[in-house]
Design a protein around this ligand. Structure first.
Ligand code: KG4
Ligand code: ZN
Length: 354
């Protein structure tokens, strides 16, 4: 299965061989990031992203096929992210996949980007559902029960910013480069986690939702009161921010664990998977490892390259769907919004992120 991913700022293509349920092999995985193109703006600019996908996607696909030593005849299908994401970019990958599938008379599979993240532990860890998933990236922040392919309970979501976005905005505010997550983490390492008193939004609430807008505003106020920031001020602000985020994530995930225990019979195991770019944060990982130990869950964090956006997860989700006889027509539309759990109540403010 060839998988194509263009829903945000990574142009990616990969070839994955499915050997059985929760058992696959990555034959190639090519990711071309557009960081330089967006760095000057401190975030992803949709129009620039779409143009960049057009410019490089053909080459990225060719490289993925070459590295996999695959010909078109070796493929059993073509999968592409059809949403949720930035429509201009999604269209580029989707049309390319449909065009190849049409020309080569191959089945086409439309993949939900969130489902691709959600099913990745099958590919990386051989992990079978059900498991609890914490998806934290620049575009999404959700807690989900992954019951089966196509079957998800969304337990919680952000009501405003995604967590990666909160890291990026904090970095921008403090004059650190984009993407901000790794910068904030690095600065926080030499900072005082207790110097600034920042809020823990929604901590203690019954539903495991997230909110980061208030935290960002509180941080801005503290920074403005200090005037010109010294290196130590920045480190202390980063450390205090990361501490607040850690407290919130542990609190919210703890609530989701209780819901998982209520809804999933005990014989199915207790596994927490953390995916998305923010899963690269080692402080957050350590906090979650401690939580898992306290609560009797096993922690799974896919390798960073498969946690962040990539083509292998799309190829894998496509292969899992194809194995169940699920393919799609060429009229399948690009979707800006495509929730994994259509029954979950919409949350005002979350927009496409829910
Ligand atoms: O999954 P990803 O590559 O793309 C999206 O789908 O958004 O996630 C990128 C996000 C960015 O917001 C980036 O700042 C954040 O992940 N990130 C981190 C770290 N590394 C990347 N956030 C916190 N700590 C990190 N070490
Ligand atoms: Zn993603």
């Amino acid at each position: 299965m060839l998988g194509i991913e263009t829903s945000c700022d990574e142009t990616a293509a990969a070839v994955v061989l499915r050997k059985g349920p929760h058992h696959g092999k990555i034959l190639s995985n090519v990711v071309r990031a557009q960081l330089d193109a967006h760095a000057a703006f401190g975030g992803v600019v949709p129009e620039i992203a779409a143009r960049a996908h057009v410019e490089v996607l053909d080459k990225v696909v060719a490289q993925a096929m070459r590295e996999a030593e695959a010909t078109w005849d070796d493929l059993d299908g073509i999968a592409a992210t059809a949403g949720p994401g930035l429509l201009g970019g999604v269209l580029v990958g989707l049309m390319t996949a449909k065009a190849i599938a049409s020309a080569r008379r191959l089945p086409f599979v439309a993949v939900n980007h969130l489902e691709a993240h959600a099913l990745t532990p099958g590919l990386t860890d051989g992990l079978a559902p059900p498991y609890l998933l914490l998806l934290v990236s620049g575009g999404h922040t959700q807690l989900l029960i992954v019951r089966d392919l196509g079957d998800y309970d969304r337990l919680g979501t952000t009501l405003d910013d995604a967590l990666g976005e909160a890291f990026d905005k904090t970095a921008k505010l403090l004059g650190l480069p984009y993407p901000g997550g790794p910068e904030v983490e690095a600065c926080a390492a030499t900072g005082d986690v207790n110097r600034f008193d920042l809020p823990r939004p929604l901590a203690g609430r019954a539903a495991p939702d997230f909110s980061f807008a208030g935290l960002k505003t509180a941080l801005r106020r503290q920074a403005e009161q200090l005037g010109p920031l010294s290196k130590q001020d920045i480190a202390d602000l980063c450390a205090s921010f990361q501490q607040a985020v850690g407290d919130v994530v542990v609190d919210r995930t703890g609530v989701a664990m209780a819901l998982f225990e209520d809804r999933v019979p005990a014989g199915n195991g207790r596994n927490l998977v953390v995916a998305g770019g923010v899963a690269a944060n080692s402080v957050l990982r350590a906090r979650l490892a401690q939580l898992c130990e306290e609560r009797g869950f096993a922690l799974h964090v896919p390798p960073v390259a498969l946690c962040t956006d990539n083509g292998a997860m799309v190829a894998w989700a496509g292969a899992e769907r194809f194995a169940r006889g699920l393919t799609d027509g060429f009229d399948f539309p690009a979707r800006a919004r495509w929730p994994l759990d259509p029954d979950a109540a919409p949350k005002i403010g979350a927009g496409v992120k829910a």
